[in-house]
Design a protein around this ligand. Structure first.
Ligand SMILES: NC(=O)c1ccc[n+]([C@@H]2O[C@H](COP(=O)([O-])OP(=O)(O)OC[C@H]3O[C@@H](n4cnc5c(N)ncnc54)[C@H](OP(=O)(O)O)[C@@H]3O)[C@@H](O)[C@H]2O)c1
Length: 341
């Protein structure tokens, strides 16, 4: 049994670690020292007792495949799961941090470089936190941050659509035509429900027929087979897959100089732009940024019933291998796999 210090924190905790960037095998460490408090100069960190965390597809390959994103390598122990939920144990000093108090339920997608979330205790910055909506559980909350933030930033910061809640959103978006690839996947399904909440008039979702009920239930106005973007023309394409779907999607972008192709999947449209493709205002791959303020806007949409958490299945902590296998084999239906800590 873990021994406790005076302030009731255990001296050790359990965590899951990826031993090296090239290792695809995760290890359970049953008794690891708690994370060290960050230096006093970085006083914006809150200690979180993690309730649940969620793996992302192929995340164990990221450090090897994209070393430029991790110029100094990831911090040890290399914790997987780029998003999670939990309860604040000790909160950071300072005015902005005062929004978060010990005992508050929070969710987060912190900067993956210092830390993932699959441990009993982690430190998370004020700027990366938001309060969990009152109408969902901590387990459901762990499924939200990364996918929802990726879709939110992709559609509204990069894709140029007007975010839900802005007074002009319905008017700005009603004539927009949006194509979403991988729309029955976690990021794609969030893109569907956020676009619907923002009043986008035409949302075409690419999905396997067997999974199409999800994007349809979230507000997609048109459904096409997952690798067939059809012949319609779009103002914005949001790609969560990569090639060959992305390659085919190029033929469906409006050639009017204002359209945008925004990607988060395996391929960068700037590198695969077909010869003769012109007229696109922007074709870019982007990396989601931790943002407590964007996450708070998403939380408000959930609380108002405009969006909902998408959970495929829930695993116990020591079932982590099965959880990662399900995600990496693409066997999820209807959202994210969540691991309860
Ligand atoms: N750049 C960033 O900041 C960022 C952030 C988050 C995630 N990501 C990446 O975004 C991708 C999607 O993440 P996710 O969590 O949404 O994954 P996910 O839940 O596994 O969804 C993946 C989707 O891709 C579809 N798909 C897979 N292979 C396909 C193919 N050959 N043709 C057509 N569709 C195909 C699947 O369709 P079916 O379900 O119909 O099989 C599924 O809907 C992952 O690569 C992830 O690493 C990037």
């Amino acid at each position: 049994m873990a021994s406790h210090t005076d302030n009731n924190l255990p001296q050790t905790m359990k965590l899951i670690t990826q031993p090296s960037p090239s290792s695809q095998i995760l290890t359970l460490v049953p008794s690891h020292p708690l994370p060290r408090p960050p230096p006093p100069s970085s006083s914006e960190h809150h200690l979180i007792h993690v309730h649940a965390a969620s793996p992302c597809r192929h995340e164990l390959l990221w450090e090897l495949a994209d070393p430029h994103i991790f110029p100094n390598g990831r911090a040890e122990p290399r914790l997987p799961c780029p998003e999670g939920s939990g309860t604040i144990v000790t909160s950071a000093p300072g005015t902005e941090a005062a929004a978060f108090k010990p005992g508050d339920k929070v969710f987060f997608a912190p900067d993956y470089n210092p830390t993932g979330c699959l441990a009993e205790y982690i430190y998370v910055r004020t700027s990366e936190l938001a309060l969990v909506p009152a109408n969902i559980t901590l387990t459901q909350a762990a499924a939200v941050p990364l996918s929802a933030l990726t879709a939110y930033q992709g559609l509204f910061a990069h894709g140029g659509l007007t975010a839900p809640g802005a007074p002009s959103a319905a008017k700005d978006n009603e004539d927009k035509k949006l194509l979403i690839t991988g729309a029955s996947g976690s990021v794609g399904a969030w893109a569907v429900q956020l676009a619907s909440a923002a009043g986008v008039g035409h949302i075409t979702a690419l999905s396997s027929p067997s999974k199409a009920s999800l994007p349809r239930s979230l507000g997609a106005t048109h459904i096409l087979n997952r690798d067939d973007p059809g012949v319609d023309k779009y103002d914005v394409i949001f790609d969560t897959v990569g090639n060959p779907v992305l390659d085919s999607a190029w033929s469906t972008i409006k050639p009017d100089g204002t359209s945008k192709i925004i990607c988060v999947g395996a391929d960068d449209p700037a590198k695969t732009r077909p010869d003769g493709a012109g007229g696109v205002a922007k074709a870019e791959w982007f990396l989601v940024q931790p943002s407590g303020s964007d996450l708070a806007k998403i939380a408000a949409l959930i609380e108002a019933g405009h969006c909902r958490p998408l959970v495929d299945s829930v695993y116990k902590f020591d079932e982590f291998e099965a959880a990662f296998q399900k995600v990496d084999r693409g066997e999820t239906r209807g959202g994210k796999v969540v691991i309860e800590v």
